[in-house]
Design a protein. Structure first.
Length: 438
């Protein structure tokens, strides 16, 4: 087999229109703080923190140095029946940032692995406490919980599911909370929609609580277009799951690490689940890593009650990898020493007003926001859904701004070290460019 001369052909790109990309490639070759550098030598303002992940800005020297130092000292250590100090230290550091009680940390390498790990822990917990009939998992429409079989089963994105067969059985879904008729142009959490959580009671009535292990939702759904939780919605989910002995999992892969306020959306919103998944901002995306924070009672239920030997038959070759752990510690240090979450919080209202100033621009049918996140929904082009947002994405990139297009929604989630001038630049460019699109 000959490879041919096309230097791009060998890479099957993830979540990418491969043929379109390869016909018109866009490559990034360097990054610093708020900017990428494109292959053609242009500075691109990063309106997406990479993929909702580079919260402390790009190529921060202390993170780079921590990775370099660790790579030279301890390249790898097996995590099964052995340990190394950095992973224990990072686990303690994460635990200290979690809501009260969620202080047992399991390491993974991605958000998808964190989700599958969380689902497995919930099942193991139910079984350990003598509730082995609880095997059902409840997700939510328009949920994105990564791409493992567990994640796509509980997730609610049809395109992520339809190529892959029957998935997990015994899964049900809550309705999503997006409703333009009631909530368009809400600033922050919309007032309408808490009652949608009551559907969980109907699902429980249908299947029986004794069959349900866990409910998983993103506190704010990011990847499906920034769906902000209605006031009181998450509280209701907490109330209902507690009442019925169901484990509540918040998928905080996006909402963690300052994106919507503090270290977690749970802490920021004052609703504590039993398990939190995370990844992305944990290491500032410098080395892949995910983690699952588990409440003490669930951890102890699985670990303390088990017979001698391995208590949870689960783990990854790279769980708590030294380079990732070093990057994680350096990242958490940076968040703290520079007060990055607090800085971002000080810009929340400026951000909100700036993104909502787009109301009234051509094609824009909704703007929504939470923390340093915005979703700008465009009226779909008749007969060609998603094309308008994709065109806006391309035009923004050509004009030096990276945004994310998801369906007909433009999502913004810049690094949290942003300044007001960056906000003005992002909003100004989008305002100009959206007028040029049919
Ligand atoms: C809420 C949520 N969960 C899980 C994932 C999957 O993370 P990863 O791509 O690291 O597997 C994502 C990724 O965007 C996410 O937003």
């Amino acid at each position: 087999m000959t490879l041919g001369n096309d230097p791009l052909a060998a890479l099957w790109m993830p979540f990418t229109a491969n043929r379109a990309f390869k016909a018109q490639p866009r490559q990034l070759v360097a990054a610093k703080d708020m900017h990428y550098e494109s292959a053609d030598g242009r500075q691109i303002l990063d309106g997406t923190a990479g993929l909702w992940a580079v919260n402390a800005g790009h190529c921060r020297p202390s993170i780079v140095e921590a990775i370099q130092k660790t790579a030279a000292e301890l390249d790898y250590a097996p995590p099964f029946q052995l340990g190394h100090p950095l992973s224990f230290e990072l686990a303690r550091r994460i635990a200290a940032l979690m809501p009260q009680g969620l202080d047992r940390i399991f390491f993974t390498n991605s958000g998808s692995e964190s989700v599958d790990t969380a689902l497995k822990i919930a099942l193991a917990y139910q079984r350990a406490r003598g509730e082995g009939t609880r095997t059902r998992l409840i997700g939510r429409e328009r949920g994105y919980n990564g791409v493992g079989f567990g994640g796509i089963s509980v997730g609610g994105i049809v395109n992520n599911r339809r190529q892959f067969g029957t998935l997990l059985t015994g899964v049900d879904h809550l309705p999503h909370t997006h409703n333009l008729a009631h909530n368009a142009f809400s600033k922050g959490q919309p007032l309408w929609g808490a009652h949608l959580a009551d559907t969980l009671e109907s699902i429980i009535a249908l299947h029986g609580a004794e069959t349900i292990a866990a409910v998983i939702v993103e506190p704010m759904a990011g990847s499906t277009g920034v769906l902000v939780p209605p006031v009181g919605y998450l509280e209701k989910l907490r109330e209902i799951t507690t009442k019925h002995g169901i484990v509540l999992i918040f998928d905080e892969v996006i909402t963690g690490y300052g994106r919507v306020g503090g270290a977690t959306a749970s802490g920021t919103l004052g609703v504590t689940p039993d398990i939190i998944t995370m990844a992305k901002g944990l290491t500032n995306a410098a080395v892949p890593m995910g983690a699952v924070a588990v409440s003490r009672h669930i951890h102890d239920g699985v670990v303390e009650g088990a017979a001698d030997g391995i208590e949870l038959f689960h783990g990854y070759t790279y769980s708590g990898h030294p380079l990732a752990a070093a990057a994680g510690i350096a990242t958490l240090d940076l968040y703290q020493s520079e007060g990055i979450f607090e800085h971002a919080q000080s810009l929340h209202s400026y951000w909100q007003e700036a993104v909502h100033s787009l109301q009234g621009r051509r094609h824009i049918i909704d703007v929504r926001n939470m923390g340093i996140v915005a979703g700008i929904e465009l009226d779909p082009r008749p007969g060609a859904p998603t094309k308008r947002a994709m065109e806006l994405f391309h035009k923004c990139f050509d004009a030096g701004l990276l945004v994310r297009a998801t369906g007909d929604i433009i999502a913004l989630s810049p690094p949290l070290i942003l300044q007001k001038a960056h906000i003005d630049e992002m909003v100004g460019r989008i305002a100009d460019i959206v007028e040029t699109i049919d």
